[in-house]
Write a new protein. Structure first.
Length: 311
């Protein structure tokens, strides 16, 4: 089932399957969200819970028992229920079931809330631990955005911009998470963004799969210097940001993925209670994480310049 929310700026459609975004359009009809294509990537914007990316051998241990879980967790393949729905807001909910307990032995409530205000779509992840012990999990987003966003522009006209990173303006060390060929964590290394924190897009950037960064500010802009439409993703509570499209392809999209944690370490079947970086939520407590997607349209001059503060 699908639900639509809208205001004077945006029209957003959401699927109950996984609670995933289906469409983000502005009042001119521009589609910002990748629409899915099996030749490149059939998905659009999966929500990741209770794990980010892959587990070694597809499994983990907890309290001496072994459990199996698919890539990015089970929430993306689960049917959520609409708990609240209004013109500009939607709240979707998932509770544990026999199916989830077989993979993840906790009683929980998982919610995704979408709210529109002007040109900003706010996404709220909310997890309630209804179990009698601490639960461990990762959570994150995986939205793909069309690139280019406008006729007459090419993929290579676009760039990502991280305010406060790169060159003399850098506020801290940006590091890239290194992965094995099978996409498991092997460590980290310094990663040099361009002057002013710019990462120009090229298709071959993703030939080694996703670029996952830490030590970057909690927001990133996607736009073209000679374009009028751009996207800003703000993720203050996430420690990592993944940037990805299908490797070795000319895929016309880029995913901007705010993550709370990382996949399994290479060669390690993780114990969920001791894996570094997972969220530890005590019994009876609620976890909430808010992030935003802003669709930017600057009629005069470049949207990139207006949004990025460039002259």
């Amino acid at each position: 089932m699908e639900y639509t929310i809208k205001n004077e700026k945006l029209r957003v459609t959401v699927r109950t399957l996984g609670g995933s975004l289906r469409s983000i359009q502005d009042r001119e009809g521009t589609e910002y969200l990748w629409q899915g294509d099996a030749a490149y990537w059939k998905d659009q914007a999966p929500n990741l819970f209770p794990y980010i990316a892959r587990m070694t051998e597809g499994k983990y241990t907890l309290d001496g028992r072994e459990y199996h879980m698919d890539i990015h967790g089970f929430a993306k393949d689960s049917e959520l229920t609409a708990a609240e729905w209004g013109e500009s807001g939607l709240l979707l909910r998932l509770r544990d079931s026999g199916e989830t307990l077989a993979q993840y032995p906790y009683h929980f409530t998982y919610e995704i809330e979408y709210r529109l205000e002007g040109s900003v779509l706010t996404v709220v992840y909310r997890v309630v631990n209804r179990d009698e012990r601490t639960m461990y999990f990762g959570i994150g987003g995986h939205p793909g955005f069309n690139v280019p966003l406008e006729d007459g522009l090419a993929f290579e006209d676009y760039e990502l911009w991280f305010a406060g990173c790169g060159g003399e303006s850098s506020e801290g060390e940006t590091r890239r998470v290194r992965f094995s060929p099978a996409c498991f964590v092997t460590g980290m290394e310094p990663y040099a963004l361009g002057e002013g924190g710019v990462l120009p897009l090229r298709h071959d950037l993703f030939d080694d799969d996703a670029i996952v960064l830490t030590g970057v500010p909690g927001q990133v802009y996607l736009g073209a210097k000679n374009g009028h439409k751009a996207v800003r993703v703000t993720y203050p509570q996430m420690r990592y940001l993944g940037v990805w499209h299908k490797p070795h392809s000319d895929a016309p999209y880029v995913c901007i993925e705010p993550w709370s944690s990382l996949p399994s370490r290479d060669g390690v079947v993780e114990d969920l209670a001791s894996q570094p970086g997972l969220i530890a939520l005590e019994a009876g407590k609620t976890y909430e994480n808010r992030w935003e997607i802003e669709m930017i349209h600057e009629q005069k001059g470049s949207a990139a310049e207006a949004s990025f503060g460039k002259e």
